[in-house]
Ligand binder design. Structure first.
Ligand code: SF4
Ligand code: MG
Length: 317
């Protein structure tokens, strides 16, 4: 199976008063067609920046991203216009991302206009179709964002992202701003759309509670670095990285056989301008050893398909 997306040595540094802020520090990931990869980490871990750099909404400092084998960072490619249509973003905050002065028709129709896809009656028909697809009433096509609930507004954002029939969508915390009661509905909608439209997702979340239900695999990030990657089930049943273990200990589990000790992370995420030497997680890790301050752990396959960056797993495999 060929990956749809190949992320290779991707780095995104921001310049803060002459110092590099390493928001994303060496991201490597393949995403396969029809798959959902969850990207999880506390706020400030670089996951939104990663999502935006993967689709080139932000320019990478280093590295490349291949879409269907084509480097989206290749400026000489005349296929970029087509690739831009295939790759979309769903924003975290449906309140902030929708222009309050535009009607639903204008909002969803905007990408169609920008890419010169459809005009007039055919465009309106497409917008009505999209409204139905995301479970909104087509009769509300002339309404403004403030006339909708939070969940409905996120559906408008989803409809806009779908307008150009994309293949790959970065969902940047699409449910975090919504009431818990609405979150499952939006996740289910995204799952249904994935099936019917053959979509591939990168689903960004700040905790591990909802992401399980949509992700095939999950990548855990901390301070711009990859900590752990494996199949969703395996991550919940057998987390290897101390950071993942701490994140998971905060998630209620339905299976009482899997007893889990609550691990409280001490302190805050350190500044990415001045990250800890060696393992970036060591200032909050209860297993930290001498070597953790001296050497950055390698990214290794501790078990088949289960990758981790931690000195505790040096001798395994
Ligand atoms: Fe903890 Fe060391 Fe593993 Fe980092 S490398 S997670 S500090 S044990
Ligand atoms: Mg974010």
């Amino acid at each position: 199976l060929t990956p749809l997306i190949e992320i290779k040595n991707l780095k995104k540094y921001f310049n803060i008063g002459g110092q590099p802020l390493k928001a994303v520090d060496d991201l490597n990931l393949d995403i396969y067609p029809g798959e959902t990869v969850g990207l999880v980490g506390e706020s400030g871990c670089g996951k939104s920046t990663a999502g935006r750099t993967i689709i080139r909404l932000y320019e990478a400092t280093e590295g490349e991203v291949l879409y269907n084998g084509k480097n989206i960072y290749d400026n000489n490619s005349n296929e970029m216009a087509k690739i831009r249509k295939d790759i979309q973003l769903i924003f975290q905050d449906p309140y902030a991302s929708l222009n309050p002065r535009m009607t639903v028709e204008e909002i969803i129709g905007e990408p169609l206009t920008i890419h010169g896809e459809l005009t007039g009656k055919r465009k309106r028909e497409r917008i009505l179709e999209l409204l139905k697809l995301v479970g909104l009433n087509p009769e509300h096509i002339n309404r403004f964002p403030h006339e909708f609930s939070g969940g409905q507004r996120q559906r408008i954002g989803i409809a806009r992202a779908l307008a150009l029939n994309p293949k790959f969508i970065v969902c940047d915390e699409p449910i975090s701003a919504l009431d818990v009661s609405i979150q499952a509905q939006v996740v289910n909608l995204l799952k249904d759309l994935q099936k019917s439209m053959g979509l591939t997702y990168l689903f960004i979340a700040h905790d591990l509670s909802m992401v399980k239900y949509i992700s095939d695999r999950i990548l855990v990030m901390y301070l711009g670095n990859m900590m752990e990657l494996c199949e969703s089930e395996e991550l919940y049943e057998e987390p290897l990285h101390p950071y993942t273990q701490a994140l998971l200990s905060a998630v209620p589990i339905p299976n009482p056989k899997l007893k889990r000790e609550r691990i409280v992370l001490q302190g805050d995420v350190p500044s990415p301008i001045n990250p800890p030497s060696g393992c970036v997680f060591r200032t909050r890790c209860r297993h930290a050893m001498d070597i953790c301050a001296q050497k950055k752990p390698d990214w290794k396959e501790a078990k088949p398909g289960h990758f981790v960056s931690c000195h505790l797993y040096n001798d395994s495999k």
